[in-house]
Design a protein around this ligand. Structure first.
Ligand SMILES: [Zn+2]
Length: 401
């Protein structure tokens, strides 16, 4: 799947029509969830049938394109299934009981309900919600794919406007030139003070976008709170302040995304193989003391983009079990226990190295054991998998090291 995004430009009444469509999506989702809660043993088919009932009962549901309606119902079903699954495998902690949504911000169409005009760069929504024709703002050309490749069309509402996403089914490798082999590989060790240390003794500082914006965000938040009136209808000034605050957050998240994307691309362009730890950041973030730094570091974003570009350019990306990477001697394999404050690895075999650099070296070693000398053949054999897991995942080890 490949996503193309454009900003939508239209008239005020068209935006209102989009809001109305999004609101209907939320209505359908919540109704389906209620139906599942009220009727024991409800299956996928029943819930789909129920959507048809809703369409005949409520005219505003009927106005929404039928595939969008279906999509709303499918989303609920996916959430229910995920919950069932979590219960079945009995994951620790919360099982993710499906929630009623209060702030839906998108509506998704399948193959009908919209029409794309590629020459004029416009899209028309043709269902009963009367959204009509909107202009697409964005530099990406609309001609390098076929129309049948559009699987979904999604309208997303954000703090700074309305956007449309075209979900394309295409092999991204078809449209990107392949890269020359670099004969280089790298291991990355995720840090708290830095984003990562690599096996060549480089450290990359995490971007501090949130810290930089914190003062301004706090100010905007205070302004918003001051205008809030409990139990009354909110004023336009409050709504304006709330939008400003949301915009501030949006800016930070875009900056982070952009940073991770650029860094990942550079790593992929200059290495044939990238090895990193298979850390579940979600689990690490539960540690309150560390949460802010890890969030700031944006490691999961970086990993996502490394894997994305890895597939795109046909490079190997390997996630390894993070256990013992900073304790095991890279030279002789001996375990040297050390607390987090000890920054240098010194071994009786005479090997001495910066703690983080050595961890990165160990990560690279774990990734390449059994693969050395056969990377190019492996490349084809791995096919589409975005990342390869070596060993089992024991993300907790990282913290206890
Ligand atoms: Zn040693």
């Amino acid at each position: 799947m490949f996503i193309l995004e454009y900003k939508l430009k239209g008239k005020q009444h068209q935006y209102q029509a989009i809001d109305e469509a999004i609101h209907t999506v939320q209505f359908v989702r919540n109704k389906c969830l209620r139906y599942w809660e009220d009727n024991k043993g409800v299956g996928q088919k029943d819930i789909y049938k129920y959507t048809t009932e809703l369409r005949s009962e409520y005219s505003f549901v009927k106005e929404l394109n039928s595939t969008a309606c279906q999509q709303a119902c499918e989303r609920t079903w996916t959430a229910i299934l995920a919950f069932y699954n979590n219960c079945k495998i009995n994951i620790p902690g919360k099982k993710g009981y499906p929630k009623y949504s209060k702030r839906t911000h998108s509506v998704e169409f399948k193959k009908s309900g919209w029409k794309l005009n590629r020459d004029a760069k416009k899209i028309t929504f043709t269902d009963g919600k009367n959204i009509g024709e909107l202009k697409l703002i964005g530099s990406r050309d609309l001609f390098y794919f076929q129309e049948w490749q559009i699987q979904r069309v999604r309208i997303v509402k954000r703090a700074d406007g309305y956007f449309v996403q075209l979900l394309l089914k295409l092999d991204i490798r078809d449209i990107t030139p392949s890269l020359e082999p670099t004969r280089k590989c790298v291991g990355l060790d995720m840090g708290l003070k830095y984003l990562y240390a690599d096996s060549d003794n480089n450290m990359v500082e995490p971007p501090r976008y949130y810290r930089q914006a914190e003062k301004r965000l706090n100010k905007l938040n205070r302004r918003k709170s001051k205008k809030f009136k409990r139990g009354k209808k909110q004023s336009n000034n409050y709504i304006k302040a709330r939008r400003q605050y949301a915009k501030g957050h949006l800016k930070v998240s875009r900056q982070r995304e952009e940073f991770a994307k650029r860094l990942a691309l550079r790593l992929i362009q200059s290495n044939d193989l990238i090895a990193y730890e298979d850390l579940k950041v979600k689990n690490l973030v539960h540690n309150k003391k560390l949460a802010k730094s890890i969030n700031d570091a944006g490691w999961s974003k970086l990993r996502k983009w490394i894997e994305y570009f890895g597939v795109k350019y046909g490079r190997l990306t390997i996630a390894v079990n993070p256990a013992y990477t900073s304790q095991e001697c890279f030279n002789c394999g001996q375990l040297i226990k050390k607390s987090l404050s000890v920054r240098t690895h010194i071994c009786s075999c005479g090997y001495c190295e910066d703690r983080d650099t050595m961890a990165a070296l160990n990560i690279l070693k774990k990734a390449t054991i059994g693969h050395i000398g056969s990377w190019s053949e492996d490349l084809n054999a791995w096919g589409d998998s975005t990342s390869i897991l070596v060993g089992s995942n024991t993300c907790q080890d990282k913290l206890s090291q």
